[in-house]
Structure formats: structure tokens, C-alpha cells
Write a protein that binds this ligand. Sequence first.
Ligand code: M6P
Ligand code: ZN
Length: 183
Amino acid sequence: MFYPITTDLDFETGLLKQFEVKVTRRLSDMKGMYQDEAEFEKKLAENPIIYEVFERRVPLEEGHLVHSVTVINPGKIGKEYYMTKGHYHEQDKTAEIYLGLKGRGYVLMMNRERETTYREMNPGTIVYVPPFWAHRTINVGSEKVVFLCVYPANAGHDYGSIEKSGFSKIVIEENQFPKIIDV
Ligand code: M6P
Ligand code: ZN
């Protein structure tokens, strides 16, 4: 029997005071995901942390809800902002909720027909990622992007489809503003 738990979220930082799982993604974990390959190779020397995920451990079974906070650092590889890898759910009928806590983010979403849309995520924005949509979060600002995520614990991450075919659009900085362009 899994007993109820509480978690303290610090509204100053957006960070969780308790977590059991921490995932750190560095640039080297994102091979092939940035368009500017020369810049990617160059930055590999310092291999910066792109984002981190802090998660409460719950059983990864139907009925449970994973809840975690993700922190994306500010930065760019060439013109392209730091972002998450992005994924479909393996159980693709499962949705996800994000709550923006800090910073300026874009949530890029793509369905299996490769139709792509995005929503801005600022502190206080709730983003609903419906079933069947791959999702990637992009830090389009100069501060950390911090957001809470909640999703069914049996959803699973399908990274393979994104590693293979990418998203059909990318987010770059142009004249100091974010811009979505076709790949
Ligand atoms: C959010 C959720 C997680 C995800 C994380 C990082 O917290 O969507 O499920 O793991 O972002 O994104 P990704 O797994 O695509 O690298
Ligand atoms: Zn997800």
C-alpha cells in the first residue's frame, strides 16, 4: 500500500524541497537535436547542463501520478535555445499538465501527422498537453525556466521517435526575440 505524501514547493525558486529522483541532462545527452552541429561539437568541450528534473518517487503503475519539477538553464547552441529532449508518451492516450513557475518558456507540441503548435509558458500558466502530442519545453528567456509537471505514472517516455525524426519546427533567437521556424 502506497501511503499519501506531501511535497513542499518553494515559490521563491520553484524548486521542490523533497525529491528522490534527479535526472541531469547535459549537452552530450542531446546528440543530433540541435541544428548547428559545429556549435554543438564546440560546446561539447564544456558539456553544459541543459536541464534537470527533480521527481518524487511513486510507483510507475496505472492510477499513480508522477509529479516533478524541471529546471531548464538559459542558453543557446548557435541560435537555438536550450530545451528538453522532448518525447511522445509510450502510452500515447495519456496527457500531461505543466504549471509554469519561473522564467519564460515555450512548449512545442507535435502530433503524429507532424503538425506542430506551441504555447507560451510563463509563471502561472497551466499548459495542457493532450494525448498523442509530443512535447518539448524551450527556455526563450535569460533566466532559468522552472515548471511543475504531472502525468500518469504508466505513460512512459518515447524518445526514439524524436531522436529519429526530430520536431518539424525549432525555436531560435532572432533580433533578441524567439522565432519558430520550419526545420
Ligand atoms: C517534464 C516532463 C517529464 C520529462 C521532463 C524532461 O518534466 O514531461 O516527463 O522527463 O519534462 O523532458 P524530456 O523527458 O523530454 O527530456
Ligand atoms: Zn510527457
